[in-house]
Design a protein around this ligand. Structure first.
Ligand code: SF4
Length: 210
């Protein structure tokens, strides 16, 4: 079966299984999503969603974040892993948004990745969930699943992103990433994947029946 056909079949089965997915990080605007996405590195979305409402009540716009006292900010997000580095990145990213982008979060990939703490994954999360633009965020679930299923044979997130971009229409990119993440959390966990009950087992290299 051609890779494009296989990916599309996987997409349709996962969509039927999990439905249309909202962004896992709660946010009211693009800036809030950027902050949450930076906080979510090596941390669960649940934990970030527990901290972010209080944070967004205290820091209401880009100037509030840019002018934050780093010591106080660190205390505000102390329950999140890597809070020191993340505090610095969020404050510096907001200062750069004011200085270089007139106070508005950019939507272009080449501009987003210039912001401290924003790599391609975070930039794609922002592009697809905040700006409704094409983007395929690659996180650890996506890397694990694409390699286990056998549609990718690589650990490099950018290469996986390019592979999906080449083989799936852009209107599916964002939801495909969400669906991979859901499947990674529910069925294809890092330890003990539930292959016996897996909805896409017939399309997975681990089972090799197609
Ligand atoms: S068959 Fe197993 S390895 Fe393949 S996607 Fe399903 S749970 Fe993951």
């Amino acid at each position: 079966m051609k890779l494009k056909d296989r990916l599309l079949k996987i997409y349709l089965i996962l969509e039927k299984t999990y439905g249309v997915q909202e962004c896992f990080l709660r946010h009211a605007d693009p800036l809030q999503l950027m902050v949450s996405a930076i906080l979510s590195a090596q941390c669960t979305d649940v934990k970030v969603n527990a901290v972010s409402p209080g944070l967004f009540r205290k820091y209401r716009n880009v100037r509030d974040f840019a002018g934050a006292d780093i010591g106080k900010f660190q205390k505000d997000i102390k329950s999140i892993g890597l809070f020191r580095a993340k505090s610095k990145n969020i404050i510096n990213a907001c200062r750069k948004i004011i200085k270089d982008f007139n106070g508005r979060l950019p939507f272009e990939m080449e501009n987003l990745v210039t912001l401290p703490g924003v790599g391609r994954k975070t930039a794609n999360v922002i592009r697809c969930h905040a700006f409704n633009l094409p983007g395929f965020p690659v996180d650890t679930h996506v890397i694990r699943l694409t390699n286990r299923i056998g549609v990718a044979d690589m650990e490099n997130p950018e290469k996986i992103e390019m592979l999906i971009n080449k083989n799936i229409p852009k209107e599916y990119w964002c939801s495909f990433s969400q669906l991979f993440i859901s499947h990674g959390r529910n069925r294809c966990k890092a330890r003990n994947p539930d292959c016996a009950n897996c909805e896409i087992r017939d399309l997975c290299d681990r089972m090799k029946v197609f």
